[in-house]
Design a protein. Structure first.
Lengths: 114, 914
């Protein structure tokens, strides 16, 4: 149970960071909607699982938060990427690309005859 | 870096309060509202929209829980909850808590007290800078004759070396950062007469070289320390005083520096005060330090030098205790090889040929006194530590049984918690938290016991007469020990009950009404039986030590110990010498004899049973008594007139020493039975003459005038040695320190005061010291045995009490559990006695098992301690019998009360009790 959660938290973290990178400061609802939108409903997660991930990122120093006013004049907490977060995002991006490259090679091997 | 940051934030998060909670709730609510609005926009009704929003969001409480887990440290939060819950539980059961904490406090406190003693004797090092770099020199000599290189009359034992060796080390030892000499002035408690403004008192002194204070890293509290410049001939007489002396005699005033005091008649000026925690490198604690240069008045090196100028130059006179500091990086063995050569050079320089069998130098790190103390107390300390550990184990077993009993009443609660979803590990963790908390409370209380008891213990062991360099005040080591023992104890007694509780069968627990079957009692039985077994060991040991002490104390000593007052005077320090000194002693005798209430008075060189002794080779007109090279077997004691009458020793043949002998200087001697049997078997030794020393010297011989009954000399154990009592007053005698013994007609409290006045009448500048009674002297001699007897009895009684509590507690509980069963039996016709016997049988059975298990262990332990016993063997049958009887009686009595209660059960009420 625990393992799945950790892997899940990892991928969710990248999605959150990238979302904030592209959209700029957002509140929790906005991030959740964006993730749903980008993944084109291949991913259907409970919005609640976002919050522990947001807290973890904040504890690590990749994002910061403050209270603000949303589009509908509603009080909401906005999250923003920090410089350290940007660097972390770059590192994660590199890591993912390398990982997928390696796995792709292995998977490509299977269909060959050697 | 990231993990560090996250860890810090999580730690901070665990301490956060309510504000963050409110923020989170608000944030989640706003998210859900936005979802709801979106749903409304899509066309759902308000209620449906909210419901769909909640579904999309997921569980709000679950989210909050995950968030909280991420925010704080879940384990830490759980621990805090456990501790709060445990504290509430402790408050709800005050009696249980009080009994458990008290048991633990006694066990842990006893262990901590004894450990602080152990720490002070064995583990602590000297309060100087870098004590691990200090080294002390002594020599080792093979059997044989050292007279070619060392005078017989020099120094103390093997820690004294010639001054030339110090010079050699100082000038040529490259591996030493520095070297110093320290020499005691006189011996314990009566070294010097110090006169401060007309008031004489006794003090101990030490003569040291200039590097002593600087090498040890001691900075004076005020004034300065002794330096090299003070050692040159002709420089003024200066002294440094100890902190304790400064507080006692000068009230801690800084004006003490510069004041003048008279030491043994010679004026000295005080130049500084030593730091408070330093108490010397010897067993005796110096009150004053002097520069090491020829100062005969200070009587360094105990015995006499031919002339004290020559003590510095005479290579054969060995009187200096030498210590030094290693250069960093040098090992002791490296140092030894360098200094061995220097030592050899220094003792053989100037000799025509090098004699064989030279002594060899040895280097040690602990100062000589700690060695002595450690050797002396190592065995009793270990015995005590084992005893204390056993008591703690018994206390643990006791608390464990209490916990098991209490756990049974909590089965429902634990069942419910398991049903809700707690893991067994969490339950065990929580129960362990409770037991560790109990034992930490017990440990804190026990530490208080130990603080108070530690100094009492030290005084019991060392005795009140001697000052000691030991310091039992608790330091970090002792506190750490107490903490570790508390924790370990908590886990030890908590684990078994916790494990048992968590292993419950859920279904049975929640559905069962009342159990009419007898509950499993294996664990409790084992615990109580092990308590009994441990108590057997303790009681048996206590019995042996008590009997040893009684046997020693009840021995016939050969003299009368009651109503005998002892004190010492040392006229030489007040300027007396030769015949004047001898006359003084006789004057004092006369004066004291005239005091009302005094039956008789005498003096002797060595006080009986003080541990001091005087042995020497001897020779009669028939030849030497002991062949040369063999150890001296003859003990001597210089005594004054009426010695035998005052001490209560019987003279079997001839007469004792009279004042006629001492005053006319006609030397006489009285020998004891053992001596007469050894050297004049089947003959009368009276009329023969004896002299002290290897060869018979007619001009310095004593005429044997009597044979006395055997009496103890210096120790309580062992047979009386062959003793010769020689009269003091011969013309070749010098003024000596003497111990006076005053036999009072009845016990008198004010005798010491009137004696002191009498002495002041004779000479106001003559202090008397070491005032005590013979009985106190004997108590001192038996100090260790008495301590062992008292402490082991205390622990034994404690063990019996704990066992009684344990048996009573478990049986009471069992009776409560079995009320239903007992009711049925009685309803069916069982008689009261049968019920009583049924319950009592339990307790006797458990006690029996414990006895059978414990006796072999007890006997094994007593074998180990056999060397400390006296008058009892390690397998003493009477003691075994006593132990068995005491424990059986305890089991019977403590079992009888619950058994009695069981028999009074009203069958009808019992059956309804279900």
């Amino acid at each position: 149970m625990k393992e799945k959660n950790e892997v899940w938290q990892g991928t969710l973290a990248i999605m959150v960071l990238r979302t904030l990178d592209v959209l700029g400061p957002q509140h929790g609802y906005g991030i959740a909607c964006r993730i749903e939108q980008i993944s084109q409903d291949l991913l259907s997660v409970n919005h609640g699982t976002l919050y522990p991930v947001l807290l973890k990122l904040e504890q690590e120093g990749s994002i910061t938060s403050e209270w603000g006013v949303s589009e509908n004049n509603r009080r909401a907490r906005f999250y923003r990427l920090t410089r350290a977060g940007k660097k972390a995002l770059q590192a994660e991006k590199l890591h993912w690309e390398q990982t997928t490259e390696i796995i792709a090679r292995f998977l490509a091997l299977e269909s060959g005859s050697e | 870096m990231k993990t560090l940051r996250r860890a810090w934030n999580r730690f901070a998060g665990s301490l956060v309060g309510q504000r963050r909670e409110a923020d989170l709730a608000e944030e989640l609510e706003s998210h859900i509202r936005m979802l709801t609005e979106e749903n409304v926009r899509r066309g759902m009704s308000a209620v449906e929209a909210r419901r769909a929003a909640l579904v999309t969001f997921g569980g709000v409480e679950a989210t909050k829980e995950s968030y909280r887990d991420q925010r704080g440290l879940p384990a830490f939060a759980a621990l805090r909850r456990d501790i709060r819950y445990a504290l509430r539980g402790m408050r709800r059961n005050p009696v249980f808590t009080a009994v458990a904490v008290l048991c633990l406090a006694l066990g842990i406190g006893a262990n901590t007290a004894i450990f602080s003693l152990f720490n002070a004797v064995m583990l602590r090092s000297l309060p100087v800078s870098h004590p691990e770099q200090l080294v002390f020199f002594h020599y080792v000599h093979p059997d044989g004759d050292l007279s070619a290189v060392r005078r017989l009359s020099s120094g103390y034992g093997n820690t004294s070396l010639p001054y030339a060796t110090y010079e050699a080390f100082r000038d040529h030892a490259r591996m030493l950062a520095g070297v110093f000499v320290f020499v005691s002035s006189g011996t314990e408690g009566n070294g010097l007469t110090v006169d401060i403004g007309g008031r004489p008192l006794t003090a101990d002194g030490e003569m040291v070289t200039g590097e002593y204070f600087s090498l040890l890293g001691l900075t004076p509290v005020c004034g300065r320390a002794i330096a090299d410049s003070d050692l040159t001939a002709g420089s003024p007489n200066v002294a440094v005083i100890s902190h304790r002396f400064w507080l006692r005699e000068f009230g801690g005033e800084t004006s003490a520096v510069g004041r003048s005091v008279t030491v043994n008649g010679v004026p000295f000026s005080i130049i500084g005060v030593a730091p408070p925690e330093f108490s010397g490198l010897h067993g005796t604690v110096p009150d004053l330090w002097f520069p090491l240069r020829p100062m005969p008045a200070l009587r360094p090196w105990g015995s006499r030098a031919a002339s004290n100028e020559s003590a510095f130059a005479d290579r054969r006179y060995w009187w200096c205790a030498i210590g030094g500091r290693l250069k960093p990086g040098v090992t002791r063995s490296q140092l030894l090889s360098e200094t061995q050569y220097l030592f050899r050079q220094s003792i053989t320089a100037g000799l025509d040929k090098v004699p064989p069998n030279l002594p060899t130098l040895a280097v040690s790190d602990a100062s000589p006194v700690f060695e002595l103390l450690r050797r002396q107390f190592s065995v009793p300390l270990r015995i005590l530590m084992i005893t204390a550990a056993l008591v703690l184990l018994i206390a643990c077993a006791n608390v464990a049984t209490l916990l098991v009993a209490r756990a049974k009443s909590r089965q429902k609660e634990i069942g419910v918690r398991l049903a809700i979803g707690a893991s067994r590990a969490r339950i065990i963790g929580q129960l362990l938290t409770e037991s560790v908390l109990l034992s930490l409370c017990g440990g804190a209380l026990g530490l208080l016991f130990a603080l108070w008891g530690g100094s009492v213990l030290l005084r019991l062991i060392i005795g009140t007469r001697h000052t000691t360099p030991l310091n039992v005040s608790p330091d970090v080591t002792v506190l750490a020990f107490a903490a570790v023992v508390s924790l370990a104890t908590g886990v030890l007694f908590g684990l078994a009950p916790a494990y048992r509780s968590a292993r419950t069968d859920l279904a049975r627990q929640l559905t069962e009404v009342a159990s009419s079957t007898t509950p499993r009692r294996g664990l409790t039985r084992t615990l109580v039986a092990s308590q009994v077994a441990l108590s057997v060991v303790l009681l048996f040991g206590a019995g042996l030590f008590l009997r040893t002490f009684r046997n020693l104390d009840a021995q016939k000593l050969g003299f009368e110990r009651q109503n005998l007052l002892l004190f010492e005077v040392d006229p030489e320090r007040s300027g007396y010498s030769g015949a004047r000194g001898i006359a003084l002693h006789n004057q004092l005798l006369e004066r004291i004899q005239r005091l009302p209430g005094v039956r008789s008075v005498t003096f002797s060189q060595v006080a009986l049973l003080s541990g001091d002794r005087n042995t020497s080779p001897g020779a009669t007109d028939r030849g030497a008594l002991t062949p040369p090279g063999q150890p001296d077997e003859v003990y001597y004691n210089r005594v004054g007139p009426r010695f035998f009458e005052t001490m209560g020793m019987r003279v079997l043949l001839g007469r004792g020493v009279t004042s006629h002998d001492t005053q006319t200087g006609h030397p006489t001697a009285v020998v004891n039975q053992s001596w007469a049997r050894a050297y004049f078997p089947n003959e009368n030794p009276i009329g023969h003459r004896i002299s002290v020393g290897q060869k018979f010297i007619p001009q310095q011989a004593y005429e044997i005038v009597g044979v006395a009954e055997d009496a103890k000399y210096h120790e309580m154990r062992g047979a009386p040695p062959r003793t010769v009592y020689i009269s003091y007053g011969a013309t070749w005698e010098r003024t000596r320190r003497m111990c006076f013994a005053v036999r009072a007609a009845v016990a008198q409290g004010a005798l010491a005061a009137s004696v002191s006045d009498a002495i002041r009448d004779v000479d106001p500048n003559l202090p008397l010291f070491n005032v005590r009674t013979q009985r106190q002297q004997i108590e001192q001699a038996l100090g260790q045995e008495r301590m062992l007897a008292h402490l082991s009895s205390f622990f034994g009684a404690l063990a019996v009490l704990l066992v009684a509590i344990g048996i009573y507690g478990t049986l009471s509980y069992a009776v409560t559990q079995r009320t239903g069963e007992i009711g049925i039996r009685m309803a069916l016709g069982a008689r009261r006695m049968a019920v009583v016997w049924m319950i009592l049988r339990e307790s006797l059975l458990v006690a029996g098992i414990g006895l059978v298990a414990g006796l072999p262990v007890a006997l094994a332990f007593s074998r180990l301690a056999a060397s400390t016993l006296f008058g009892v063997t390690a397998y003493d049958r009477a003691t075994i019998a006593a132990t068995v009887i005491i424990l059986c009686a305890t089991a019977a009595v403590s079992g009888f009360l619950p058994a009695n209660r069981a028999s009074r059960v009203d069958p009808i009420r019992a059956l309804r009790h279900e």
